[in-house]
Design a protein around this ligand. Structure first.
Ligand code: CA
Length: 220
């Protein structure tokens, strides 16, 4: 028994997937198409997609947010876990990436649950706040430009109801957050945010060593 999270060898990771992954065929097809994309590393891991589906069901989320859509895998995961009347406001700046996403959302029959907004995400979230939607969302998944994570976190926190959950991806930045001398500004932004969240008593907090690190913050 170890008191520390075990590093996953390739064999153990394969095993984890072989005994736990339940990936719908449409998601497998999207993941395979995205693997050919030059920025395929922007896609979350399949076990993360399953984790998001589980989480959305666990908290009974109906109104959800996503910051950073890329080719739509995580949005597809969340949308499939929503009830038929559920909604996902999905924020991205790229028509090119999200044109792939739309195709698969249609194939999966969940396109009508997804409200894609092509604009800088902080503007979309600010617009939702201006429309008086603070406190009305259940869940937010943040996986976009790392320098703005703190902004997305603050806006999401305002938009969430008490008990709502924010999930932040890539909080490990390939392990580079553990280097105190790192100079990469995107890594430093995550270091600052991780430290801020540690002390943030507006939320309950947990950081999971899942894929590239996922932090969950539940609004008090
Ligand atoms: Ca990511």
């Amino acid at each position: 028994m170890s008191t520390q999270s075990i590093g996953l060898s390739e064999a153990l990771h394969e095993y984890l997937l072989s005994v736990s992954l339940r990936e719908p065929a449409v998601m497998t097809r999207l993941r395979e198409e995205t693997a050919e994309h030059p920025k395929s590393n922007m896609q979350i891991a399949p076990e993360q997609g399953q984790f998001l589906r589980f989480l959305v069901r666990l908290i009974g989320a109906r109104r959800t947010l996503e910051v950073g859509v890329f080719t739509g895998y995580s949005a597809l995961a969340v949308a499939q876990a929503l009830p038929e009347t559920g909604t996902l406001v999905a924020c991205d700046v790229s028509e090119a990436y999200t044109s792939v996403a739309r195709r698969y959302w249609n194939d999966a029959g969940v396109a009508d649950r997804i409200d894609l907004r092509i604009a800088p995400a902080h503007e979309t979230l600010a617009a939702l706040l201006d429309e008086g939607q603070a406190g009305t969302f259940d869940f937010s998944f943040i996986d976009a430009d790392k320098e703005r994570y703190d902004t997305y976190y603050e806006q999401s926190l305002e938009l969430l109801r008490p008990g709502g959950v924010i999930a932040l991806d890539n909080v490990f930045r390939d392990g580079r957050v553990a280097d105190p001398d790192v100079e990469d500004e995107s890594v430093r932004a995550l270091q600052r945010l991780n430290e801020k969240l540690h002390e943030d008593d507006r939320v309950h907090l947990t950081m999971l060593p899942l894929a590239d690190g996922v932090t969950l913050a539940m609004k008090r």
